[in-house]
Write a protein that binds this ligand. Structure first.
Ligand code: TYM
Length: 342
């Protein structure tokens, strides 16, 4: 039996990077995965605490994230969506993993460095790492909690964007070490599922991924109205060539727009280039705006509708947590025995 799990942080509005990179995959797995496969999509609020946030804002973002997931087509009858913090087993397993994960593995992770806006390629001494820049223990051990999210349910497959692949590799390393340490095959080694849109770039700086924590004009949010989409695409970085090619090395900004177009339309990069190669950039940007608006409009209608149905959304989250916690508690019980707590 297989189990598919992936999480999203409730940190502001999900954007088309999240949607094209993973959420659309989460939705399509509901059809393509066998009925016996359990699908779990936690909203990882404990991870969101690693960067201090306004408590009221965090609460709102959780509901909004759940609304966007449902509006994108997550079907609560097929997939479980739930708040991570409702299931304390996540933190208990994270503690077990904290006790066996070497600091060296975590110091190689790039995410805490980028969150602290440190240059990932510069060399840190152990001393720099530990004393520098207000690095808190929670942010440093963030990937350990992520490993716990995944392994608590013995997930076999994890649909993620490229930025999370390193965390999944760490998860496999932790699983393998745990299995060896206790001489039992407790955890499967989970595999990533990625799509051709695994790394959608910023509209402003095509060397950076599109991110919730960057300024508004660098990304398209799932709830952006047509005028805003048009404006952001129009102002997105481009170049002075009068035709469209896919060349990530020399034309990264245009390549990113081509990737977005292909992902939105569900066609290949080659098809986009054949169809639009002779267009100038303005014409192509107009076409991209149009397909984005067409894709997002029905989702946005659903977002609007669900915003008025908060009771329903809360109920979905509650049911999801109840069902997920059965799997979690059952597995945690086994793990407690394996480590000798029981
Ligand atoms: P988060 O909330 O940053 O992003 C959610 C998912 O969206 C993907 N993603 C992107 N894909 C393509 N292009 C982009 N520009 C882009 N930006 C984000 C991410 O790769 C991710 O799959 N640590 C995770 C949350 C997490 C998790 C987990 C994921 C916690 N526990 C267990 C999987 C399994 C994160 O911060 O995702």
């Amino acid at each position: 039996p297989e189990l598919i799990l992936s999480g999203i942080q409730p940190t502001g509005s999900p954007h088309i990077g999240n949607f094209l990179g993973v959420l659309s995959k989460w939705v399509s797995l509901q059809q393509t995965a066998h009925d016996s496969v359990t699908l779990l999509y936690p909203i990882v609020d404990l991870h969101a605490l690693t960067i201090p946030r306004d408590p009221e804002q965090l609460k709102k973002s959780k509901i909004e994230t759940a609304i966007v997931l449902l509006a994108c087509g997550i079907d609560p009858a097929r997939s479980l969506i739930f708040e991570q913090s409702r299931i304390p087993a996540h933190t208990e397993l994270a503690w077990f993993f904290n006790c066996i994960t070497p600091m060296g593995w975590l110091s190689r992770m790039t995410q805490w460095k980028s969150k602290l806006k440190l240059k990932t390629n510069s060399q840190f001494s152990e001393h720099d790492v530990l004393s520098s820049s207000g690095l808190c223990l929670g942010l440093f051990s963030y990937p350990v909690l992520q490993a716990a999210d995944i392994l608590l349910y013995k997930a076999t497959h994890v649909p993620i964007g490229e930025d999370q692949v390193q965390h999944l590799e760490l998860t496999r390393d932790i699983a393998e070490m745990f299995n060896k340490m206790f001489r039992q095959n407790v955890f499967p080694l989970p595999l990533p599922i990625t799509t051709s849109a695994k790394r959608i770039m910023s509209l402003y700086d095509p060397s950076k991924k599109m991110s919730k924590s960057d300024p508004e004009n660098t990304r398209i949010n799932m709830s952006d109205p047509p005028e805003i989409i048009a404006e952001k695409i129009k102002k997105s970085t481009s170049d002075s060539l009068k035709y469209i090619t896919y060349d990530p090395e020399t034309r990264p900004a245009i390549a990113n727009l081509v990737t977005i177009y292909a992902a939105v339309q569900g066609i290949t990069i080659d098809q986009v280039v054949v169809e639009h190669g002779k267009s100038n950039i303005k014409t192509f940007k107009d076409a991209l705006t149009q397909v984005l608006v067409e894709k997002l409009s029905p989702i946005q209608k659903e977002i609007q509708r669900l915003r008025l149905e908060q009771g329903y959304v809360q109920q979905v989250l509650k049911n999801g947590a109840e069902k997920a916690s059965i799997i979690a508690e059952n597995n945690l019980d086994e793990i407690r025995r394996v480590v000798g707590l029981k």
